[in-house]
Design a protein around this ligand. Structure first.
Ligand code: 1PR
Length: 510
């Protein structure tokens, strides 16, 4: 506990620092912001939660003349906690953004993970710290798993071995923590390695009275069947309350999807930003927000870039943003120009500014059956679940605007384009399975996870804990997401994880 103590926080304005702020407050610290180089020099304990891309981070430190005071402060051995980029920038430099120099305090460079089969990049999720030397710093960690989300890492070498406190295994060891100091090694006998994630998803929209509620569709239809067609928007609870419940029940991440974001100006949607701000005060697992992440011109003619829209969500507590409809347009533009990267799509711009790990592309596909692959130009697979007329082949048509309009693009094509443009993860829904409770579309998940080297989140259709082991055993999914069964308390997150553990699937048991 830090009751009564002051922490100086170096927030240089990129990414989500709110979670660190909230954690410090929860521990009882008061927070002083760095607003001048002198604030660094005078700090008693300095926390640097580096978020985003290396060049943005170092560029901002240089612009505000923070580099020398920061280097002097750390070299003097004064209390410093660097998180993520706050660790990376201690090294000599990084290959990210074409090569950028760091503070040069620890020997070694930060390089990109190499592509190994079955190991998607970015490395995302709860992985284990292998302690290299005694330290009390890690003593309170439950089961030694912590959450990672990054494409770049430093590796241990003879030059930096005095610094390395822990390494983590992902296609070889990388440096996950460094320390100047001592204490006890840990061995608690729990499973190790990157855990497969279980994600709770909240589809959020305003009901007919204008209140923001968590809703849930059947194949994307979120209205109860009324006497004359569309009834009320289903209300399964309040977003902040449900997010808090899922955090305490052991969800590895929580996602909010503003499902009508495609038609409203998201920055006008203050309640959604408010939801994020409140949720991030009590939810200490990563939060993703989707819906309406794209550039926008408001009614007064003021233009907002996709990066500005995303920035507002990051500032409000989101760790990642999820792009749906706009990613489909970007992929069509990409294929239309012979796989040229224009640099002006929302995926590219947000990825450049905040790093690939902050950009999720949400795919909303629907099965299209064909009797023969020659009947379509889209890539087909032979399916074990033939269509109504006995068709043995299918492809998965991408849609926009919450499934309202289809495009001539297969889910695997969108996946490849998104990954090439800089997305760090795919949220793979399936309209046919959404809300049906009869399991994930494992054929779809297998096809998409085989098409890319970034992590794929399987979504839509979970009805039982067995559906999770089915998708993890049968496909390359890195995570699985569910909504309805958790909202209606039909299956507990702990029951899913217990089942995964019994099936030998690495999971973070709480
Ligand atoms: O297009 O960038 O504005 O983003 C809109 C976002 O909202 C997309 O991520 C899209 O998936 C989502 N969305 C739009 N309409 C709906 C709808 O349901 N009418 N929801 C919608 C997507 C699917 C999952 C759901 C899983 C699991 N919902 O989020 O949570 O299918 O459900 P289950 O476990 O109950 O089967 P843009």
């Amino acid at each position: 506990s830090g009751t009564g103590l002051e922490v100086t926080l170096l927030d240089y304005g990129a990414g989500n620092v709110r979670s660190v702020r909230n954690a410090l407050k929860r521990l009882g610290y008061s927070i002083k912001e760095v607003t001048s180089p002198q604030d660094i020099t005078r700090a008693q304990r300095l926390v640097f939660p580096g978020v985003g891309a290396f060049e943005q981070c170092m560029g901002t430190l240089r612009r505000y003349d923070y580099v020398d005071p920061l280097r002097d402060y750390i070299q003097a051995g004064r209390p410093f906690l660097g998180i993520c980029l706050g660790l990376h920038m201690l090294f000599e430099g990084s290959d990210e953004n074409g090569g950028v120099e760091g503070l040069g305090i620890i020997p070694g460079r930060v390089t990109r993970f190499e592509d190994y089969p079955g190991l998607p990049v970015p490395h995302i999720g709860w992985n284990t710290l292998e302690q290299r030397r005694p330290s009390s710093l890690l003593a309170d960690l439950d089961h030694r798993r912590v959450y990672f989300v990054h494409s770049y890492r430093a590796t241990p070498s003879p030059g930096n071995e005095d610094w390395v406190l822990s390494t983590t295994e992902y296609g070889g060891p990388f440096v996950s923590a460094v320390q100047r100091g001592q204490a006890q090694p840990l061995d608690d006998g729990h499973s190790t390695g990157l855990a497969r994630r279980v994600i709770a998803c909240l589809d959020v929209r305003a009901n007919d009275r204008g209140d923001l509620v968590v809703t849930k569709g059947d194949q994307y239809d979120v209205r109860d069947k009324g006497a004359e067609g569309g009834g009320d928007v289903r209300n399964l609870g309040l977003p902040v309350e449900l997010a808090g419940r899922y955090f305490s029940e052991g969800a590895d991440e929580v996602s909010f999807l503003n499902i009508t974001g495609f038609r409203d100006f998201p920055l006008g949607d203050m309640p959604m930003l408010q939801v994020l701000r409140q949720a991030s005060e009590g939810v200490f697992v990563p939060l993703t927000v989707g819906g309406g992440i794209r550039e926008f011109t408001d009614a007064q003619g003021k233009f907002y870039s996709a990066v500005e829209v995303a920035a507002e969500y990051f500032r409000s507590g989101a760790d990642k943003v999820s792009i749906g409809s706009d990613a489909v347009d970007a992929a069509l533009q990409y294929f239309g120009s012979g796989k040229q990267k224009s640099g002006n799509t929302s995926i590219e711009q947000i990825s450049w500014a905040y790093g690939a790990q902050a950009v999720v592309v949400s795919i909303d596909p629907r099965r299209v059956y064909v009797a023969d692959p020659s009947a379509t130009e889209r890539p087909c697979v032979r399916t074990k679940l033939p269509g109504r007329n006995g068709e043995e082949y299918c492809w998965w048509q991408c849609t926009v605007k919450g499934g309202r309009e289809g495009r001539d693009l297969d889910a695997t094509e969108l996946a490849r384009a998104a990954a090439d443009l800089g997305a760090g993860e795919l949220l793979l829904n399936c309209i046919d399975r959404d809300g049906q409770g009869n399991g994930f579309d494992t054929e779809l998940v297998a096809a998409v996870s085989a098409a890319v080297t970034i992590p794929v989140i399987a979504s839509s259709g979970a009805g039982t804990p067995q559906h999770f082991s089915e998708v993890f055993h049968g496909t390359g999914a890195a995570a699985a997401l569910a909504a309805g069964i958790f909202h209606r308390k039909e299956v507990a997150i702990s029951a899913v994880k217990q089942h995964m553990h019994e099936e030998g699937i690495p999971t973070r048991l709480c």
